[in-house]
Design a protein around this ligand. Structure first.
Ligand SMILES: *Cc1c(COP(=O)(O)O)cnc(C)c1O
Length: 364
């Protein structure tokens, strides 16, 4: 790399690069699918697209800096006071604000690993230290070990449920127990990027994060419009936190960060719950179909509460990725740990099942 006389922050040396999901390589005579970034395969709803197009006519103006309408709409939708809501440029933006608002140099942030790619990045950018607590053998958060990893320097403990990239959820009882064992000055952040895809068949005790937030001043919830709501390209997410924390988050926001198209699209999406809910239900149905087919084919995979499935392939990871590419599927490998594949269009899901079946046979 070329040198520079400019003094850059040393902390940047420990910032890992974000490995984004690759687009599928074009192939002659074959439709290709990008199932590497947990995106929603559905294009925007016509009603949402219409407000985006209308707002396009006013992009010479700055957006509403107070994000008033969206905050009000969220307040109503979630039944929490607007003072407890802080929006940001995607929940990755919000997570960055959380670390900036809580961590000085050398402070620690505890999270499970593997988990969301962006965690170590936002932590390192703030000059803080990532404390990665390995998942259990069944690909879940090891909550006992996470509690044990808390030190005097810990400022934040992140819980990702369902966990990206492995899929399992943390239960309500487990999370309550965790919060009871973590010191009150540590902010517990529940990242619910995939909340809408969690199925509640009565057996799984899914987290009721807002309820836990309500009862504990050190619990915040982070959500996004990128996944179930299908607005990944617009970059908008939010935190629900107690007022002093939410105010600190608003202070750390990039001024005018949440753009005007994102603001109106998010409000319109909150008003289109029913149509969006149908899409989510269809994706959850597809996930069930894929998992059943794979399980019937002998695959053992962790239960997913999200819009993706995890193949714990170890050393066979690159071979599986190559087999998927041959079938026109761009998937997301994680070193030699495994492969995450997004539930996409039915055709993409069919191909995944087919690839996985013949792969299991070849190896088997
Ligand atoms: C996708 C994702 C997010 C959301 O990202 P945005 O910045 O809102 O697009 C947050 N957390 C996890 C775990 C995710 O997988």
């Amino acid at each position: 790399m070329a040198t520079t006389p400019v003094r850059l922050r040393g902390a940047l040396d420990s910032v890992p690069a974000y490995v984004a999901g690759k687009p599928a390589a074009a192939r002659e005579g074959q439709t290709v699918y990008k199932v590497s970034s947990n995106e929603n395969p559905y294009p925007p709803l016509p009603s949402v697209r219409a407000v985006i197009e209308e707002a396009a006519g006013t992009v010479n103006r700055y957006p509403d800096m107070g994000i008033t309408e969206l905050t009000e709409a969220l307040s109503e939708h979630l039944d929490v006071p607007p003072e407890r809501i802080a929006c940001g440029t995607g929940s990755v933006g919000v997570l960055g604000q959380i670390i900036q608002a809580t961590c000085d140099d050398g402070d620690e942030v505890v999270f499970a690993w593997r988990s969301f790619e962006a965690y170590p990045i936002v932590v390192a950018l703030a000059g803080a230290e990532s404390v990665r607590v390995p998942l259990t053998r069944d690909h879940r958060h090891d909550l006992d070990a996470m509690v044990a990893a808390v030190t005097d320097r810990t400022r934040v403990l992140l819980v990702c449920t369902p966990n990206n990239p492995t899929g399992p959820t943390v239960t309500h009882a487990e999370l309550l127990d965790l919060v009871a064992r973590v010191p009150e000055h540590v902010l517990v952040v529940i990242d619910e990027a995939y909340l809408e895809f969690v199925e509640d068949d009565g057996s799984q005790d899914p987290v009721r994060a807002l309820e836990i937030h309500q009862a504990h001043p050190n619990v915040a919830v982070v959500r996004t419009f990128s996944k179930a709501y299908g607005l990944a390209g617009l970059r908008v997410g939010y935190a629900v936190a107690h007022e002093p924390v939410a105010e600190a988050l608003r202070k750390t926001a990039t001024p005018f960060g949440v753009n005007s198209l994102a603001q109106v699209a998010a409000v319109a999406s909150l008003g289109a719950q029913e149509e969006l809910g149908e899409r989510v239900a269809a994706l959850v149905g597809e996930r069930r179909r894929v998992v059943e087919a794979l399980t019937a084919g002998g695959w053992e995979m962790p239960q997913s509460g999200a819009n993706f499935v995890w193949f714990p392939l170890g050393e066979r990871t690159p071979d599986f990725v190559a087999a998927c590419a041959d079938a026109g599927l761009s998937v997301r490998p994680y070193g030699t740990e495994g492969v995450r594949v997004t539930i996409g269009e039915p055709e993409a899901n069919d191909r995944l099942v087919e690839v996985a079946r013949s792969f299991a046979c070849l190896e088997g």
